[in-house]
Design a protein around this ligand. Structure first.
Ligand code: SAH
Ligand code: MG
Length: 196
């Protein structure tokens, strides 16, 4: 993969305030992917393709990433970026709302990366659990949401998001089939490994 091009994609996304995965979060995910060597990854929230491009490096030969994005402009840019770094054979973009697309998918995934509407995390989790392979991992980015999730301040505008992120944390921690860690990297990352 062309690192210079990847860095240009990253810089442009940062300039445009597109919330791409943060460096320290990416480091943690890289380690997990190196260990798992996934054949199939599902990503919810493509944006301009930055994280999917980064993750594609760790796929097995013939491995694929399915990624979902509802913003048409971002889908267009993601496709251009993916083409530019030469990984289009590894990344498949579904355009539309993940709430509608997820129930139509019936694949099994080694890794599922949740990185979209925070108010939908409990729904995304339910769908992720349905499609997770035994010993697979579910990752949820922005799980601590600027610290709101762990604070008791409840009056901000992001109330619904915070409530749903808390609900997500409760469900993954209480699920006897999962082993979950909430990491304080970036904006918070929940790592839930399927025990089986
Ligand atoms: N994973 C990307 C960043 C994703 S930002 C990276 O690290 O490079 C979150 C993206 O999710 C945004 O582009 C937003 O448009 C998209 N999104 C939010 N809710 C969504 C939904 N319900 N369905 C599909 N995409 C959604
Ligand atoms: Mg994110």
């Amino acid at each position: 993969m062309n690192k210079k091009e990847l860095n240009q994609i990253k810089q442009k996304a940062l300039e445009e305030h597109i919330p791409i995965i943060m460096d320290d979060t990416l480091e943690v995910v890289d380690k997990i992917l190196k260990e798992i060597k996934p054949k199939k990854i599902l990503e919810i929230g493509t944006a301009v393709g930055y994280s999917a491009i980064c993750f594609s490096e760790y796929l097995q030969t013939n491995g694929v990433i399915d990624t979902i994005e509802r913003d048409n402009q971002r889908v267009i840019e993601a496709k251009i970026n993916i083409e530019k770094v030469g990984v289009s054979s590894k990344i498949n973009i579904y355009e539309g709302d993940a709430v509608e697309i997820l129930p139509t998918l019936n694949e099994k995934y080694d890794v599922i990366f949740i990185d979209a509407a925070k108010g939908k995390y409990p729904f995304f989790l339910k769908e992720a659990l349905r499609m997770l392979k035994p010993n697979g991992v579910i990752l949820a980015d922005n799980i601590l949401y600027k610290g709101y999730v762990m604070s008791d301040y409840n009056k901000h505008k992001q109330r619904t998001a915070v409530r749903n992120l808390r609900e997500y944390i409760k469900e993954v921690t209480e699920d006897p089939n999962l082993e979950t860690e909430i990491l304080e990297v970036g904006d918070g990352l929940a790592v839930s490994k399927h025990k089986n």
